[in-house]
Write a protein that binds this ligand. Structure first.
Ligand SMILES: Nc1ncnc2c1ncn2[C@@H]1O[C@H](COP(=O)(O)OP(=O)(O)OP(=O)(O)O)[C@@H](O)[C@H]1O
Length: 300
């Protein structure tokens, strides 16, 4: 379990992380979500003891990262996939990591197998595609068979196949009971990957909730209705719903009544409908709206 309490990191006048508290539990994939510059990487670096907090605290199972005698056995992390010696083979890179962390070298071939790199293990990592480099980074994170795993933007720049592989792999790690904390600036991606979300904007917590709940709260369903008797229909619906017009002014936008009920009401009053279509709010729009609000809220 990862627990941050009142965590802060200030760079001069920039509050990269500002009084941030959250908890990441085992057995689930927890998405760490926020727009670019929200403070995700800074927070991850503080979890790993690579940055010292200006204030507050973050602990892993009640201890600071630096207090673990063999940290790679407790926490594995992928912060930058390009962090590898270009002239070293994948196997040599992992062996070096294993030896310098007193992890049995036999583990190297195991993790290469787990991430599907066994066949290219002897090739220079410098020639790897981004997807292969990500897999090698993940293999490094898994060397110590850690309970806690941190991944910073692991799907950035990957093709759909690579994204799917990472998504399934993260689920597998969580199903094994590990704590999996993965950052992204894309809500649509996280919606498919994470079961829990920690959402931040401008270094502050916006929400910590299940992904399902976050999406339900963030997106508002509505129904688009077109009718040649729009004025009458609008009066009728306004008694039990919120009715506005779409920006082009050629349809009513109804919130608070399902499409079925709108159709029934129109029929009961002999109103002709040309369109009756349920709409779902866009995840990305809702997310941008939420994070924008947090910025404005902070400014006031
Ligand atoms: N070493 C540093 N010195 C000064 N400012 C920094 C430093 N590291 C980060 N910042 C600033 O802190 C803020 C948060 O940055 P951070 O990289 O943690 O955000 P992020 O959410 O990971 O963004 P991204 O998705 O772009 O990686 C930004 O305004 C950034 O410019």
């Amino acid at each position: 379990m990862i627990e941050a309490v009142g965590l802060r990191k200030h760079y001069g006048r920039t509050k990269a992380v500002d009084d941030l508290s959250f908890t990441v539990r085992p057995g689930r994939v927890t998405g760490f979500l926020g727009p670019n510059g929200a403070g995700k990487s800074t927070t991850m670096r503080m979890i790993l003891g690579l940055d010292t907090p200006t204030g507050g605290d973050v602990k892993i199972d009640g201890r600071h990262y630096a207090d673990f005698k063999e940290p790679l056995r407790k926490v594995g992390a992928l912060l930058d996939a390009k962090w590898v010696h270009p002239n070293r083979s994948a196997r040599a890179h992992l062996k070096w990591l294993a030896v310098s962390n007193r992890i049995p070298v036999s583990r190297v071939d195991e993790v290469l197998e787990v991430v599907g790199l066994s066949e290219v293990a002897g090739k220079n990592a410098g020639g790897f595609s981004l997807g292969m480099a990500q897999r090698l980074g993940i293999a490094g994170a898994l060397l110590g068979d850690p309970e806690v795993l941190l991944f910073d933007e692991p799907v950035n720049g990957l093709d759909p196949e690579g994204i799917l592989w990472i998504r399934q792999f993260l689920h597998r790690l969580a199903d094994e009971g590990r704590t999996v904390f993965v950052s992204s600036h894309l809500l649509s991606e996280m919606a498919q990957t994470a079961q829990e979300l920690v959402v931040i904007g401008k270094g502050q917590l916006i929400a910590q909730t299940s992904t399902e709940q976050f999406i339900a709260d963030a997106t508002q369903d509505h129904v688009r209705v077109r009718s040649p008797q729009a004025v009458r229909l609008r009066e009728l619906l306004a008694a039990s719903a919120t009715v506005t017009e779409d920006p082009a002014g050629n349809a009513l936008v109804v919130q608070g009544l399902p499409a079925d009920r709108i159709g029934e009401l129109a029929a009961e009053h002999g109103i002709v409908l040309h369109e009756l279509s349920p709409q779902r709010g866009s995840l990305e729009e809702a997310f941008m709206q939420l994070t924008r609000e947090s910025v404005e809220y902070q400014a006031h």
